[in-house]
Design a binder for this molecule. Structure first.
Ligand code: CP
Ligand code: NVA
Length: 332
């Protein structure tokens, strides 16, 4: 069977997301109850970072440990990747030594080249174009707190960046509406977002109108990693795209506020909103851990085989765990 990668949100179908969200709920419950669930014993994750991270590194590293496996942190500064070793060669070598790889890099194309030469699943831990693990956790958080997202309205206020592009794809896959408001010159580029159609999103020049009637209002930094040279110009251009109390009042009364973090209070979001009662940002951040554990389980074990170990009767009448995860070394 072809290796499954998670390079962009649409790499999983709606049914697969339903499975992953169900598994997230179960895996989270085990974690909360201190019940060990370690189906990934003897599995190794390599994490390659070309950009900084707190949440992504921590959630993958802790998640892999909790699932019984190991995570290895690599960055371009300390590896041969930073000295020009071709991505294709690195993919060949790294994927012979580990079972799964997560990469945070610049262009999506770098990630795709790595995946094309990898023997094992590759996960997008953020590129300039997409951040699928973030939206996986965000949508799980919405479902956990407000129920199904299908048919709901999400308002995206700010830059049409990697997180926005991923929301756009998610709206198509999971069938909800996305209202997007960006300053002029920063509008959504449907092709860059990898959209199949335009049926699930609407662009608004007025952010207040985009927020109107929304079930969830979300935003992100005005300047993403890699675009630091545009910081001052962006601060001027995005001035009116701050999510504040007045904007939240345009949304539904029970609307949630989300932000992938890190946040800049007083820029893209007012302190009163991110620290206020509608904010779900801490649950959202925590759910990176649980949702990515479900993703790792899905990519490494598959949908059919995941779950608690089955107990079987031995000839002596004792019960023993039956491996749900049979694997030959040569399959690596
Ligand atoms: N939201 C997110 O991906 O955070 P980090 O950059 O800290 O990983
Ligand atoms: N859009 C931001 C997200 C950080 C998690 C960035 O790419 O810097």
């Amino acid at each position: 069977m072809a290796t499954r990668h998670y390079l962009q949100f649409r790499d999983l179908s709606r049914r697969e997301y339903e499975h992953v969200f169900e598994r997230t709920r179960w895996i989270k419950a085990q974690f909360k109850a201190y019940r060990p669930y370690q189906p990934l014993a003897d599995r190794t994750l390599a994490m390659i970072f070309e950009k900084q991270s707190t949440r992504t590194r921590l959630s993958f590293e802790a998640g892999m440990h909790q699932l019984g496996g190991v995570a290895i942190y690599l960055n371009t500064r300390d590896t041969q990747l930073g000295r020009g070793e071709p991505v294709e060669d690195a993919a060949q070598v790294i994927s012979r030594m580990v079972d799964i790889v997560m990469i945070r890099t610049f262009e999506q194309e770098i990630l795709e080249r790595f995946a094309a030469h990898s023997r094992v699943p590759v996960i997008n831990g953020l590129t300039n174009e997409y951040h699928p693990c973030q939206i996986l956790a965000d949508i799980y958080t919405f479902i956990e707190q407000r129920g199904p997202i299908r048919g709901k309205t999400v308002a995206w206020i700010g830059d049409s960046n990697n997180v926005c592009n991923t929301w756009l794809q998610a709206a198509e896959v999971l069938d909800f509406n996305l209202h997007v408001s960006t300053p002029p010159g920063y509008e959504v580029e449907p092709e860059r977002a990898g959209l199949h159609g335009t049926g699930h999103f609407e662009q608004f020049s007025d952010p207040m109108r985009a927020a109107r009637g929304a079930d969830l209002v979300t935003t992100d930094v005005w300047t993403s990693m890699g675009f630091e040279a545009e910081n001052e110009e962006r601060k001027r251009n995005f001035e009116n795209w701050q999510v504040d109390g007045a904007m939240m009042r345009e949304a539904k009364k029970k609307a949630l506020f989300m932000h992938c973090l890190p946040a800049h209070r007083g820029e893209e979001v007012a302190g009163a909103v991110i620290d206020g009662p509608q904010s779900a940002v801490w649950d959202e951040a925590e759910n990176r851990l649980h949702a990515q554990k479900a993703l790792l389980e899905f990519l490494l074990i598959g949908a059919a085989k995941s779950g608690p170990p089955k107990r079987t009767q031995t000839a002596a009448g004792r019960t023993r765990s039956k491996s749900r995860n049979p694997r030959k070394r040569s399959e690596r």
